[in-house]
Structure formats: C-alpha cells, structure tokens
Ligand binder design. Structure first.
Ligand SMILES: [Zn+2]
Length: 200
C-alpha cells in the first residue's frame, strides 16, 4: 500500500514510505466540533508517531506517503461538495518549508473525488500584525476573492482549536457558501482531565 519510497519516513527502517510498526502506532483522531462547520474529519491524532509524521511531511517532500494518507482521508469525506479550498499557509513559513501541505492535499482530494478546487482564500496579514499583542495577532482573517460555491470542503494539514478553520468558513459564507465541511490529516488530542480536574 505504501509505495515508491524505500525507507520509513519515521524510523528509517526499510519500508515503502512508512513501516507497518509506525502505522500501528498512529492514534485515531478525535477531531473537535467546530461552530458552523457541518462536519470535521481527521485521520490520526497529532501525538507521538502522528506528530512526527506531520513534521516529516512538512519538511521533507514525501509525496507518496502524503498521497496515501490523503487517499485514506478521502474514504471518510463527505461527497456532497461543490468545491475544495485549502487553508492558506503563512507565506513566509511556506517558503521556508517548501511544501504547502494544505494546497497539495486540496489538489489531491480534488483529483481523487473529482470535485474542482475553488479560487484560493486570501490571508489578510498586514505588517501591523507584528506590533500587536499576542491575542490580537492570533485573530487572523481570511477573504474569498470571488463568490464561493454553495457547498465547500475546507482542507488543512492539522487542526488544533479549529479557530483558523472557523475564520476561513466565515470568509466562505460571506462570499456566498451555504455549508462548509472541514478535513485535516491530523487533529491535536483533546485536553485530558485528571481526577483533580486540571487540564494537561
Ligand atoms: Zn517506521
């Protein structure tokens, strides 16, 4: 199943892309529920091998592994979708790492499910953000350039709180979308509560 690459992206064992023992260590994702997003799908949890896998995909160009993961994700995606759009990456970070994972994922899902990609969202990130305090800097805004199709699938590599996905969904609705679903490869694990009620 894992084709075309001769060593495991995680442990360097001889394997096609990723070895079976690393695959076995992936934890099933429990993606967050997000306000006004009709469905949230994620493949594995962003912890342990899952976190290493995402880092490897971001910083090495391992298209075969990425392709296989995206194909697995496609098995669980809603198909009543008119168009697919990626969460726009931060331009500086995309340049540094060389792989714009959400964009690559969106193109692959588009081909696989035979659903077109939509005009990319714009990330509104003016220079003034650098001088604001942390809480303000976290509120990133997005804008759709053209009117957005009725039913959208939004794609990102990893979902944490989902704030970015919700901001993108807001932009799509402003541009005319009636429903937005969301898919990511990985979801950060939900906070665990101890018996004292503390969050770790
Ligand atoms: Zn391995």
């Amino acid at each position: 199943m894992w084709l075309f690459e001769d060593s495991c992206v995680i442990c360097d064992a001889a394997a096609n892309g990723i070895c079976s023992s690393c695959v076995d260590q992936l934890v099933t994702a429990e993606p967050p529920r997000l306000l006004d997003i009709s469905s949230v799908t994620a493949l594995f949890s962003y912890e342990g091998v899952g976190a290493q896998l995402l880092q490897a995909l971001k910083f090495k160009n391992r298209r075969a592994v990425l392709g296989t993961l995206v194909d697995a994700l496609c098995e669980s995606l809603p198909t009543d979708v008119d168009a697919i759009v990626a969460v726009p990456g931060h331009p500086v970070r995309v340049r540094e790492r060389g792989v714009d994972l959400p964009a690559v994922m969106a193109r692959r899902i588009s081909r696989r499910l035979d659903i077109p990609t939509a005009e990319p969202l714009l990330r509104i990130d003016d220079g003034s953000q650098m001088t604001r305090d942390r809480s303000e800097r976290l509120s990133i805004e997005f804008r759709a350039v053209r009117s957005a199709p009725h039913r959208m699938l939004l794609v990102d590599d990893v979902v944490t709180t989902g704030a970015t996905a919700v901001a993108c969904a807001d932009a799509l609705r402003l541009a005319g979308s009636a429903s937005v679903s969301f898919a990511a490869l990985a979801a950060t694990p939900a906070p665990k509560f101890t018996h004292q009620g503390a969050v770790s």
